[in-house]
Design a protein around this ligand. Structure first.
Ligand code: PLP
Length: 439
């Protein structure tokens, strides 16, 4: 076994500044993963745990796919790196043409990035540049939604709607505004799939238009299903209504599909699954099965065409050294082949009954105030315990871990988005363990 894969705790945990982690206390009880196969991780103590989160909503084809590993190794042998700034390597074009076939018909361009945050910031910049090019330069305002998560770049943070993520960082981008959340536990608790009430929440965009003027608004960005904000599903008809209002006022609609893209909701993307086509779709995570950092921003023909009217030369002054990195493209191509060959984008539809039945079986468990579920994503929300918000959720997640299932808790909300290779039996097992842990 190589040194890099040895199964021991590292000597010191002092030098790596961990993201989104209480660094001062992590070392008291470090949880370290040392290997992963299929649906399971193995931790440094030798425990095997079912991965209820597909890593961080990203390992959609399951862990350790030899085809992807081989493609990465082969690419490194052939061409380790070539940039794509006014020169390129052929694979990036081939990959792009394969990818766009999985997105709505009028979306035929993809701009490559290295992460979801970069995808979001790229999409926001494309929206601003688009408005300027078509003579609407006053449209500089970007609209997000309460509870939304769009990564940690300054753009994504400005449109993001999770307060604690924003508070340390000053004023962010000027002029961002937010739609109100679509979470409505009172009317929609324990809905089976998309909730029935709340399409009219999209009219909140009219409120922002009335306050700020449509001529100041460049784009609206929403996650079709809010993920990190606690899994909030769009009410039936909500996304359609949002699309209509955006069209009415010349506002671009961006779907942040960093989580919902690549099979999470029973299709290649939520736009296809829900039949609502935005102007721009941001992706990352599942695009490469999380093996190599990669993201893609998918842009409609109508938006892309406007860039053809730009003055001669570079149409968009934007790009990353690693936009379309050959190794990432190779990993992405191999990942896409797995999705296609194993029909994994269909998995959410095939598992629909098993998923919804298992998730909703927890509705009567002690202290459960809501279950929000759409195959293959779900949240089980608990009433806070007597020690205050978050403690109960963390305890339940801990108990699940000891029973062999690694759930993430967002405060008192237990969330799950497993690899799409999960069997119906594993779905029942996973929710069964959660039920026991809550009980
Ligand atoms: N957008 C959404 C909807 C996400 O869920 C995330 C990450 O969870 C991001 C953007 C940011 O992605 P990354 O962490 O790859 O920058």
């Amino acid at each position: 076994m190589s040194e890099a894969t040895h199964n021991l705790l590292p000597e010191g945990l002092d030098n790596f500044w961990m993201p989104f982690t209480p660094n001062r206390t992590f070392a008291e009880k470090p949880r370290l993963m040392v290997s992963a196969r299929g649906m399971y991780y193995t931790d440094a103590e030798g425990n095997e745990v079912l991965d209820a989160s597909a890593g961080l909503w990203c390992v959609n084809a399951g862990h350790y796919r030899p085809e992807i590993n081989a493609a990465i190794a082969a690419q490194l042998e052939e061409l380790d790196f070539a940039h794509n700034f006014n020169a390129a390597h052929p694979l990036v074009f081939e990959y792009a043409s394969r990818l766009v076939k999985h997105f709505p018909d009028n979306i035929n361009r993809v701009f490559f990035t290295n992460s979801g945050s970069e995808s979001v910031d790229t999409a926001l910049k494309i929206a601003l540049a688009y408005q300027q090019l078509r003579g609407e330069g006053s449209r500089t305002r970007l609209v997000g939604r309460e509870g939304g998560y769009h990564g940690m770049g300054f753009g994504g943070l400005a449109v993001g709607g999770i307060g604690r993520n924003r508070r340390q960082f000053g004023p962010l981008l000027p002029g961002a505004a937010h739609l109100s959340s679509v979470l409505d536990i009172e009317r929609n608790a324990f809905s089976r799939g998309l909730p029935p009430h709340g399409a009219e929440r999209a009219d909140d965009l009219e409120r922002l238009v009335a306050i700020h003027g449509a001529d100041t608004i460049a784009a609206v960005i929403v996650e079709p299903i809010t993920g990190a904000g606690g899994v909030v599903l769009p009410p039936q008809g909500y996304l359609e209504r949002l699309r209509e209002i955006c069209d009415q006022y010349g506002i671009l609609l961006i779907f942040d599909e960093v989580i919902t893209g690549f099979g999470r909701v029973g299709d290649s993307c939520a736009a296809n699954r829900f039949g609502v086509t935005p102007d721009i779709i941001t992706t990352a995570k599942g695009i490469s099965n999380a093996t190599v950092p990669l993201g893609g921003v998918f842009v409609s023909d109508a938006v892309y065409d406007v860039f053809q009217s730009a003055p001669a030369g570079v149409e968009l002054f934007h790009g990353y050294t690693y936009s379309g990195h050959p190794v990432a493209c190779a990993a992405g191509m191999a990942t896409l082949s797995i999705y296609e060959n194993e029909n994994l984008f269909q998995r959410g539809r095939d598992a629909e009954g098993a998923w919804l039945d298992a998730a909703l079986s927890l509705r009567d468990a002690d202290g459960v105030v809501d279950v929000r579920c759409h195959p293959l994503i779900a949240a089980v929300e608990l009433a806070p315990g007597p020690e205050g918000p978050g403690t109960r959720g963390a305890e339940v997640a801990q108990r699940c871990y000891h029973r062999g299932v690694w759930f993430r808790n967002i405060g008192d909300i237990l969330v799950t988005s497993p690899p799409l290779i999960i069997t119906d039996e594993q779905i029942r097992q996973m929710f069964g363990v959660l039920g026991e842990a809550i009980g």
